[in-house]
Design a protein. Structure first.
Length: 256
């Protein structure tokens, strides 16, 4: 674990010594802040008419919290590939991967260190948005259970994005290619459940079960299902396993 910790600290230093993290953080907070403000403002505007035409179904969970987490997940789908694109691609382009591979570091330690470094940066991004539930609490909306499940879902969803992005980054030295390929493949896993809207078949059930967004929707409703947690953990482990196999294959072929 010592090697993992060393690599994790190196990743943190590399991220925060370049403008990429600050740019991603600024865009993420700008967009999530806009969505939060617009949801709260619209909810406040429509609440005056709630007793007339919405009845008991008009609540902050449905109109503010669920849309907020849904919008944040879409923003993360766009931004996290930019965070993971440099993980291995930059090392390859600069020629430092050969030096790293000469150290007594296991491939697994290298992958875990870089993955946890990205997850640490991502967790800081989410931590900056904790002001949203505090504002709602100040306004008298104390839905702490829904916020807890929603943030847990975002952490698992984002970690899944990162694990897959780390794998894609091992395949190329071009960061733009890594980001585009990561986004495209994650988008496929995002919308694959749309098959169920076209035809009702065993295939549609399978596609729904492997869709990233299908499992996330439960968290936004305040539902923490072990099935969803196991799915995301499995997706993360699978992404890290592919990364490990990719590095081992490249070493055997003498590419590293």
């Amino acid at each position: 674990m010592r090697n993992v910790w060393v690599i994790l600290k190196k990743e943190f230093y590399t991220y925060f010594s370049s403008p990429i993290v600050y740019t991603i953080l600024f865009i993420f907070l700008l967009l999530s802040g806009y969505f939060f403000y617009s949801n709260v403002a619209y909810y406040s505007l429509m609440s005056f008419q709630a007793s007339q035409w919405m009845g008991a179904n008009f609540n902050p969970i449905t109109w503010v919290i669920q849309p907020l987490f849904g919008n944040m997940s879409v923003v993360l789908l766009l931004l996290l590939p930019l965070l993971t694109m440099r993980v291995f691609s930059e090392e390859k382009k600069q020629g430092s991967m050969e030096l790293i591979c000469s150290y007594p570091i296991r491939n697994l330690d290298l992958i875990l260190g870089k993955f946890l470094g990205c997850v640490g940066v991502y967790t800081l991004m989410l931590g900056c948005t904790l002001v949203y539930p505090l504002i709602l609490w100040w306004l008298g909306v104390g839905e702490w259970g829904v916020f807890f499940s929603g943030y847990l879902g975002l952490l698992l969803l984002g970690s899944s994005f990162i694990a897959f992005g780390v794998f894609v980054s091992t395949l190329t030295e071009n960061q733009v290619v890594a980001a585009a390929l990561t986004f495209g493949l994650l988008l496929l896993f995002w919308i694959i459940n749309w098959v169920g809207y076209i035809a009702d078949s065993p295939l549609s059930k399978i596609c729904e079960n492997i869709s990233l967004i299908s499992h996330f929707q439960h968290f936004t409703k305040g539902i923490i299902d072990t099935t969803d947690i196991v799915f995301y953990l499995t997706f993360i482990i699978f992404g890290l396993f592919l990364s490990l196999r990719s590095l081992e294959t490249q070493r055997l072929r003498g590419l590293l």
